[in-house]
Design a protein around this ligand. Structure first.
Ligand SMILES: C[S@@+](CC[C@H](N)C(=O)[O-])C[C@H]1O[C@@H](n2cnc3c(N)ncnc32)[C@H](O)[C@@H]1O
Length: 209
């Protein structure tokens, strides 16, 4: 077995349960994390800064640290933040912040203008903690800070050569779930702010034109 086949074999074994469940769900969204991670990898830029909102247990943060020069992640829930801080303490290019992304994002972007390219993964929202079986930070009527996050990001269009904004869980953006806006609002944001857009595996991807 050559190195590529071995890597593929290990990947399949590691992800067999989630891939099997996905097949049982007729490959409907959401795609398994391993597939979503590949979308992030495919939308990375060299020597980029990644900012993730919603660290949760730090699994995606770990992945982003491997493909970025620096990864920043913001988590509002104090306990999740502390857990991830311990778990990721050996990753030297990772900076974790405890607070609401809509309060911290502006400052964190503006402190990093020395990066040519920035990729932002917007994934902060109320969700079910799969280990503790309780709800994470947030409430139904303020479940996602997405509109506030986008208001912040648009101010920095001219500050980076390349900007990718990846918004997770686009299946929830139909305008009638919690405070999620309809996906047309995201499309309008892209048109107004000179971004192209596409959807891959439940992730809405905006690219600076
Ligand atoms: C779906 S999880 C994030 C998953 C993580 N990005 C990953 O890929 O593994 C959403 C997280 O966002 C956090 N959260 C909710 N509202 C937030 C806010 N306004 N600012 C920052 N984090 C928030 C929740 O506590 C939860 O941990």
């Amino acid at each position: 077995m050559n190195f590529r086949s071995l890597k593929y074999f290990i990947w399949t074994i590691k992800n067999r349960k989630s891939l099997k469940n996905w097949k049982i769900r007729n490959f409907l969204p959401p795609s398994p994390d391993s597939i979503k991670h590949q979308v992030l990898i495919n939308n990375n830029y060299s020597d980029s800064l990644w900012i993730e909102t919603g660290t949760y247990y730090g699994e995606t943060t770990k992945l982003l640290s491997k493909i970025s020069k620096k990864t920043i992640s913001i988590e509002a829930d104090k306990e999740l933040f502390e857990t991830s801080k311990k778990k990721l303490k050996n990753l030297k290019n990772v900076e974790l912040f405890n607070g609401k992304s809509e309060d911290l994002l502006d400052k964190l972007i503006s402190e990093n203008f020395d990066f040519k390219n920035i990729c932002i993964y917007l994934d902060a929202h109320l969700c079910q903690d799969h280990l503790k079986n309780i709800q994470t930070f947030g409430s139904e009527d303020t479940a996602t800070p997405i509109l506030k996050e986008l208001e912040i990001i648009k101010k920095y269009y001219g500050k980076f050569e390349k900007i990718n904004v990846l918004i997770d869980d686009i299946r929830l953006f139909y305008g009638n779930f919690q405070n999620y806006p309809d996906k047309n609002i995201l499309v309008d944001w892209c048109k107004e702010n000179n971004f192209s857009w596409e959807i891959e595996h439940d992730i809405f991807i905006c690219k600076k034109k």
